[in-house]
Design a protein around this ligand. Sequence first.
Ligand SMILES: [Fe+2]
Length: 665
Amino acid sequence: MPRPTDPTSTRHMCCRSAGYTTAARPSKPRHTWPHPPAGRWRIPCITPSSGPPRRRPPRWTSRSAPTCPTGARPWRSSSIPATSARSFTRSWPCRSSNRWQAARHRWWRRHPSSCRRRPSRVSGTTPYHDGPEGHMRRREFFKVGAGGVGAAAVLGGVGSGSDAAAEPWTAARGVPSSAGSGGLFASGVVSGLHSSTEVVLWTRVARSDGTAPTSADWAVATDPRMHRIVARGTTTVNPAVDNTVKILVGRLRPGSTYFFQFRADGHYSPVGRTRTVPSGTGPQRLRLGFCSCQHWEAGYYTAHRSLAEEDIDAVVHLGDYIYESGGSGGIRLDTVGSASTLEDYRAKYRMYRSDAALQAVHANHPFLPVWDDHEFRDNYSKSSLAADPARAAAAYQAWFEYMPVMPVDGTTRVYRSIRWGTLAEIFVLDSRQYRDYEVESLANFGDPGIEMTREGRTLLGEAQRNWLLTGLEAAERDNICWKVVGNPVMIHPARAIDLDEPSIRALLPELPDHAGIYINSDQWDGFQWERDLLLAHLHSEGIDNVVFLTGDIHSFWQATLSVDYDDETSPRVANEFVGGSITSHALDILDPGLAEFIQRLIAIFRPPFNFVDLVRKGYGLIEMTPDRAVVDFKVVDTQTFEAAASTAARFTVANGSTDVLTELF
Ligand SMILES: [Fe+2]
């Protein structure tokens, strides 16, 4: 597909034209100390120390490796033992005849503590897998690195001021960095889940007066103190993309945890933690957080602070990352107001990213984000995009600038999937830019030709629908255990009055299938033909273990989906978990008694829900193993700055079943 270059087009915004680095793939890591030229000789690398000056070993003075004068054991690369350089140099048989080498060995034996194993090539890095060691290191990071941005700042430092990529990466030994408000990295650091060998790194580099350095360095390491660096480089800071920096780092090891950091003008960003996706068979566990709807004015990000401390692999963000509206009042002041221009949308992202709790969750976990409607405007469809293309282009450009996502195919496509070994495949859907126009919920009554049931009416668009159907089918064929669908809007019917009853149909035979009064046609209820098609496909193709993770509606819901929800004998094919909102309001703004009354009314909805909470805020967690999937709904007070999350409900679904075991706390 050709790469268009118009940055203002909503459909043509490739990463290159947006000023991003797309293929930052260093061939090998750089050492942090002068070392011998690359060659057949392997000398232990010596790292600098903050202690008293140590004697240094004899310097390497020749570009060519010395040869053994006896010729007794010629050096061949194939003869290099698969051990460290340290063990090899000790076994070198001719060192007594090589004065330089012997001197170096004598020095090295006298100063063993100064020797460090040289940083590995990316391909040879010790993997940072899950398991006892991985968990220990993850907890270590929470403790020292990212219990919040403030904690992460302890790792930061001020360097010498040089921006040369070869400069030692000394952040761990420095003074606090410029994290938090007012520094070069006031928007924190962000990473995106991408593939088994790649991650997306993000930051914004700008001074308080709006100016920015022309370039920034980045580094990826296997430890939170950034000692074992496996990849690093330098990238341009481009004002055309609001000084945001986005790096796609490759050649990493599958299923591994990494740490990353940026540096510019001698200042270091907080250290972030990210990970690559496992490949091959396994792994045995996947834990995801899922959340949505973080209206700035509605509350504090206490949910994000708790989510940051969860032991999870990634966060699926289901949209409404920002709210384009403003000035509605609330516990926090929205200083931007209503957004309509590119600068407005950028200011929204900057304001949201200034929150320490949001920075903490980004620093601790890679994100797999997708948008919903408020990243542009409320309840929009493809008709809205066509009606206001300049504003749509601004909203989409700002999203791509600030989200750790590389555009797919150089377009504004954001729906995509990621396989987690053979344990799961995560699909994230775009429910906005391809959907048909909205219809009123109460319209689905009495007229067989009404719009909500019209054949061909689409939420996903034809291309995305075909991609999803074939992707689910392929996952089942490839024995992927769990199929997780990140689904911005609710797919289970929310029908307040069921008119598809035999007694009513006898009187009104022209009623459409699934006739009734639905409460929200903005979700899948407004696109019933396509929902029926999707659910029937799951049954006809034998696709099991499908889980929908949903946002949008600012409340917690759980229900099981069947092929025909008006037929109680219809096969059940999936489960849906709607994970509340980070802050956005639902019935929490009503009198508690009235909210309780409305919530009780939902018990008469047909088909029924298993769990509903329209008041509390929070997020969801899902843990998948080969045996089962367990979903927790975590709730937290968003009106108190210091509040911790607790578990409201837990749902367990066994492999091969759609039955749900529900526990309430
Ligand atoms: Fe929302």
